[in-house]
Ligand binder design. Structure first.
Ligand code: KIV
Length: 263
């Protein structure tokens, strides 16, 4: 377990000193295990829509889903900073963003995250002004998958680069303590990292970010039907699970046969 409670300030101060490791969590055992492993930032990501609930993308995730999973994760009382995603269409206005951020905090989150830059700067500022720590998310934004038509790398041309730099500036100015960069070209991720004073945490955005985040199911190989190209699973969880279940099935079926034979 991390020895000391991690706060947004702890994460912010890690910039330039230590690579910030972050992973997603969705329930009590996962949160306890990853906290005991010493991961300082745990995110109840709306990726739970896919890897836990079987939806095709994150646009199906509701506040009720998020509260259910945040409260399960919070029961682990992690030392890690427990951050939670504001789901699709839950932060359309500053007032709505604050109401829903408070719902996640009441469920046990210690910080919230939402996708977007200049477009949601008033929402970020309102959340931070209400006393809730905020983590930004730029680059490929999964909640915009329907408009975007796919998971596309961002920062490949000059207009995307200048948009990303302006959005990162807006997120920091609005008061975020950290910024996730998803599928941003390594060159632009590096430029944002050096130009901002809050830490960047990359996912598929190269090694120059201040930290790295992954969906835990991708790291552990427990969602074998889709693994992003940039992830090298550290374990083939689905293979181990299938082998364990096949071994158990085999053992009880053989026992039943021998019961019958002996009976
Ligand atoms: O929902 C999620 O898991 C995320 C991470 C991929 C950053 O937002």
């Amino acid at each position: 377990m991390s020895s000391k409670k991690i706060t947004p300030e702890t994460i912010r101060k890690m910039k330039g000193l230590q690579c910030i490791a972050a992973l997603t969590v969705y329930d009590y055992p996962m949160t306890r295990l990853l906290d005991e492993a010493g991961v300082p930032l745990l995110l109840v990501g709306d990726s739970l829509g896919m890897v836990m609930l079987g939806f095709p993308d994150t646009t199906h995730v509701t506040m009720d889903h998020m509260e259910h999973h945040v409260s399960a994760a919070a029961r682990a009382h992690p030392n890690a900073l427990l951050t939670a995603d504001l789901p699709y269409h839950s932060y359309e206005t500053p007032a709505q963003a604050v109401i829903n951020a408070k719902r996640l905090i009441n469920a046990g989150a210690e910080a919230v995250k939402a996708e977007g830059g200049r477009r949601i700067a008033p929402q970020i500022k309102a959340i931070v002004d209400s006393g809730i720590p905020f983590c930004g998310h730029l680059g490929m934004l999964p909640q915009s998958i329907l408009e975007e038509g796919g998971y596309k790398i961002k920062g490949r041309n000059e207009s995307e680069r200048t948009d990303l730099l302006a959005d990162a500036e807006a997120v920091e100015s609005a008061g975020a303590f950290a910024l996730i960069l998803e599928l941003v070209t390594p060159a632009v991720a590096s430029e944002i990292t050096t130009s901002r004073s809050i830490p960047t945490i990359g996912i598929g955005s190269g090694v120059e970010c201040d930290g790295q985040i992954l969906v835990t199911h991708d790291l552990l190989g427990t969602f074998p039907w889709f693994t992003p190209k940039f992830v090298k699973p550290r374990m083939l969880g689905s293979v181990l699970m299938r082998e364990a279940v096949a071994g158990w099935l085999d053992s009880i079926q053989n026992t039943k046969l021998s019961c019958k034979k002996n009976g």
